[in-house]
Write a protein that binds this ligand. Sequence first.
Ligand SMILES: [Zn+2]
Ligand SMILES: [Zn+2]
Length: 456
Amino acid sequence: MGIPEEKYLEAIDRKRSEIMYLSAKVWGSPEIAFHEERSAERIKKFLRGNGFDIEENVAGLPTAFVASFGSGKPEVGFIAEYDALADLSQQPLMTHPAKLAGEPHGHGCGHHLYCGGAVAAALAVKEYLAQTGKPGTVKVLGCPGEEGGSGKAYMARAGVFSTLDAAIGGHPESMWAVRTRGSLACCTVLYKFDGRAAHAGAHPDLGRSALDAVELMNVAVNFLREHMPLDNRVHYAIMDAGGRAPNVVQPHAEVLYMMRGKDNASLAALCRRVELCAKAAALATETEMSDEFESGSSNLVTIPTLQKVLHQAMIDLELPKPTEAEIEFAKELVKTFPERDPALPLYPERVLPIPDMIAPHFGSTDTGDVSWNCPTVQMHMGSWIVGTPGHSWQAVTQGLNGFAQRAMLYAGKAQALAAIRLMESPELLAAAHREHQERTGGKYEPVLPPGVMPKL
Ligand SMILES: [Zn+2]
Ligand SMILES: [Zn+2]
């Protein structure tokens, strides 16, 4: 491979089987948002045993932690996620759906690889700090509740990421690339309407329908769509339609809204207008409206300097290659991908270039809140067979594929290499800091209101 940093990355090779075992254990005990007790304990224990100091219960979240080694600046953190997806139980290395006994959930987003890569990267940067004796701190940022929980937003609100010079993450995917696209700011708000029940046939005049209010609110919002900025998004789900009896005027109904905007300010403007629709619906139906903020995250701020450093690190390392057995497994599994282009390779084979034109992205991620607090970059870890649908049993079953495990170790090395090069170069860190200031104005206003905590 012939890069001077190889002597630090070897720390990952030395602990290779332990890191793979840790990741496999997280895969085997899939836990959903904010309930990642077994997973967080395992990762903390591993890092403690490797000389890291552990801060627990970070931001008041029992399964959040920060593991640190070293002292002073520069300070680099690796993002670790470890939550699973509800009801996605699946046995490993199968070519058909088959539930895993005793575990209702499953790692359909590959977060056991995400945390494994972060742990690996931290070991290599620790090795760099130990061998060189230079000042600096490396952290593993233990972030619970990514799936629908916006765990990092609570941690960001508490200032967990604000001292970092760079935060680096690596999410499982079916391609090797640096993430260049941003994301939208997002929040969910539950709107509740209370009216008055009455006999719908005999005394309709005495009833005040909460269901009418929900329907009117939705109609108003659907008219609002025409007059929103093009990059705004609104989605809703009726959580409580007021019961199953059409002959009773529905006294209570609830609708959950998800709003997205280009940035936190644009989101706040959209939320105000949706709130007006709710108020108008309550006024028209003579019902009482109340709302409850559920969760939210900021838009993702991208940092080109960090993208280039991480991309070069990926290029400088040798990508994992599938074995014959892994190729055979992939050939069988892809038969379950209905619209897969047969011309595509079975496994990701190269690091994609950084595109000249960055396409917009209309999803959201709680890494957005990390990115408002420090320069942040993520890689797409090419751990999955090409064409694997995210959040699927096919993704879960590949979690223990040897290729996925080697992809995780490669991702750990690439993240560590990028971090070491940043720590070695005050110019690069200054450039990243400058870009971050330009893009955020140095002012973070969380989407999360003060005091709001996750509903467990
Ligand atoms: Zn996911
Ligand atoms: Zn994910």
